[in-house]
Design a protein around this ligand. Structure first.
Ligand code: NAP
Length: 347
């Protein structure tokens, strides 16, 4: 059986990635595209500046873009809307009975909204039991983390067993993370910008605790790890990298940490979800890896690659983590969320 899906923000960077990833999806078929009034009424080909190396599917190119108002969209809607409008529009879709699986930040930290990484906290979907009745809507909203948080939260998740206490994270984030046209070429070429707007550092410092937290009596109890983040925009197309130091209560040897990463599996692997990478975290032993140009696309961009694990003279260990920001960090993450929801009878 094929499930019809819509895409809110279909013309943007994340929207395009949704289209590319759903082109041959075994369960989901794109039947509706929504964007701003600037795009509404135009054929997708004319409305969107297609930026991906994958060819734009011909049926999508010809599809007319709709306004981002509920009514004509199918029940399941993915969202890559600009966060300045996502709160209101996604709320309106949920009120109208749609299941909104979104990338935008607006609902991520709400107590009754899952902030989901299926390998890490699949049980947080339980929040949906009360969301609709508490909010008086028929639909649902499920979010995925910020594009950089998803990479670091996955790398940190297997370290919870060692008593994860503190983490200092310095990021090197790709320009595709700023959407299109994003950062002006004059500003980013041959340069590093030590600032990303929209509260990027605060997102890393707060979303991580909710994601790694435990579901108790129908609510999330945040993980106690203290995170300090410093973010940088770098002239890389795709792939957010970070240097991470951690303090742990226990003192595992390096082999135990590497084994925890390499053996880490979750619900997507157990259920064989179509977008699940076989090994969600891969540790590379080469001294100069991971690198965005070589490693961001591992397993279709759904794998987090780590490397360079070594002792940290300030905390306990330090390492490097990398993930594809518009795939594992955005569209691929949302599709994996919807696949899990489907298998759990929540669509
Ligand atoms: P983008 O390229 O700027 O795309 C924004 C989309 O929102 C476009 O489709 C745009 O449609 C639509 N939009 C803007 N104003 C609208 C309005 N008033 N009504 C309806 N639609 C409107 O941004 P992006 O990089 O794809 O990011 C989309 C969302 O995902 C953001 O919330 C972002 O924070 C989040 N996110 C991005 C990444 C990433 O790596 N890029 C990763 C994770 C999460 P028009 O083309 O018609 O203007």
């Amino acid at each position: 059986m094929t499930i019809d899906v819509g895409i809110l923000g279909a013309t943007g960077m994340v929207g395009q990635q949704f289209i590319a990833l759903l082109a041959d999806h075994p369960w989901f078929r794109v039947t509706w595209l929504g964007a701003s009034e600037r795009s509404a009424g135009k054929a997708y080909r004319a409305a969107a500046a297609w930026r991906l190396p994958n060819p734009l599917p011909e049926d999508i190119a010809r599809m007319s873009v709709d306004a981002a108002t509920p009514g004509r969209a199918p029940a399941l809607v993915f969202s890559g809307l600009d966060s300045s409008v996502a709160g209101e529009i996604e709320g309106a879709f949920a009120h109208a009975g749609h299941i909104v699986v979104t990338n935008s930040r607006n609902y991520r930290m709400e107590a009754d909204v899952p902030l989901l990484i299926p390998e890490v906290n699949a049980d947080h979907l339980d929040l949906l039991r009360t969301q609709a009745s508490a909010r008086g809507w028929n639909g649902r909203i499920v979010t995925n983390p910020n594009c950089s948080v998803i990479v670091y939260a996955m790398a940190l998740a297997p370290l919870r067993q060692f008593g994860l206490k503190t983490s200092i994270i310095t990021t090197l984030q790709a320009i595709s993370g700023a959407g299109y046209p994003g950062v002006a070429s004059w500003d980013i070429l041959g340069n590093v910008i030590p600032f990303i707007g929209g509260g990027e550092e605060e997102k890393i410092e707060t979303e991580t605790n909710k994601i790694l937290g435990a579901l108790k009596n129908g609510a999330i109890r945040n993980h106690p790890v203290t995170v300090s983040a410093a973010v940088n925009r770098v002239p890389v197309h795709n792939g957010h990298t970070a240097s991470i130091s951690v303090a742990l209560d226990e003192q595992p040897d390096a082999d135990a940490i590497v084994a925890a990463w390499n053996s880490f599996r979750g619900k997507p692997q157990e259920l064989g979800l179509p977008s699940a990478p076989p090994q969600p975290i891969v540790y590379l032993t080469e001294a100069n890896r991971p690198q965005p140009a070589l490693d961001a696309n591992r397993d279709g961009g759904m794998t987090v690659t780590v490397g360079r694990l070594r002792r940290c003279p300030v905390l306990d260990y330090k390492f490097v983590a990398l993930g594809h920001n518009t795939i594992r960090g955005a569209a691929g993450a949302a599709i994996l969320n919807a696949e899990l929801m489907h298998r759990q009878g929540l669509l």
